[in-house]
Design a protein around this ligand. Structure first.
Ligand code: S3P
Length: 227
């Protein structure tokens, strides 16, 4: 059983904290290139959400990250409607680029090509202001992607307990990475590797396990107001 709270938010390497000008000069190619900052994340807990109170200035988009089944796409739609904002979904944009479903892209071109396209569509979103941006669960694996997401806006990590996540992904068997002999074990392993990345990147974290899409969307809006 993976315990979400075993992954402290401040345990990883320094957060990206470049000024905007520096950021535009050259995007870092690895996490180790990010300058260390004294403005460490200080998570506090209010209303069940964790906050990083001192974060670098960033765009005003709302970016949803998190594991498959955490509710990013559904909540993103609700949130966009509620806030009256346009919505951009990196998976949809990659699929449109290839004219294929995500599964077909993995089958025909392989994961690496999918990841390259994911990074490319993210770069193309750089000028988006006042938008809801939803992402695929693996987007945090590339440091450049996290850097781009940070420039876009506030990052909201949606999560749910392991059992709930598995029930959700098992309902719709559309995830190529979980088409293995033992999807539950694969999911656990992916979660173990990724949770620290989600946690490190996030400004706000929301447990979606027992909430409706509307409740999560409202919680996002109130949480962001308090940042
Ligand atoms: C992936 C998650 C998927 C999609 C692709 C890879 C991942 O998106 O991007 O199948 O690596 O976790 P969702 O998180 O929306 O399922």
């Amino acid at each position: 059983m993976i315990d979400f709270h075993h992954f402290p938010r401040t345990a990883l390497v320094a957060k990206p904290f470049l000024g905007r000008d520096a950021a535009l000069r050259r995007p870092p190619v690895s996490a180790h290139e990010y300058p260390r900052t004294t403005q460490r994340a200080v998570p506090t807990i209010r209303n069940g959400a964790h906050y990083n109170k001192r974060m670098p200035p960033r765009g005003d988009a709302i970016v949803l990250i998190g594991f498959m089944g955490a509710g990013k796409s559904s909540v993103g739609r609700t949130l966009a409607r509620m806030a009256g904002l346009p919505r951009f979904d990196t998976d949809e944009m990659v699929a449109a680029r290839f004219g294929l479903t995500i599964s077909e892209i993995f089958e025909t071109h392989g994961e690496e090509k999918f990841r390259d396209a994911e990074t490319e569509v993210l770069r193309n979103l750089a000028d988006k202001r006042g938008a809801v941006i939803t992402t695929g669960g693996g987007i945090v694996l590339r440091p450049e992607n996290v850097f781009q997401l940070r420039k876009l806006g506030s990052i909201v990590h949606l999560w749910a307990d392991e059992k709930t996540l598995f029930q959700r992904v098992d309902r719709r068997r559309t995830r190529p990475l979980l088409r293995t002999e033992n999807p539950r074990a694969t999911m656990n392993e992916l979660l173990r590797v990724r949770l620290p990345h989600y946690r490190q990147a996030a400004d706000v974290e929301i447990d979606t396990s027992v909430l409706t899409h509307d409740e999560v969307a409202k919680k996002i809006l109130t949480s962001l107001e308090k940042l």
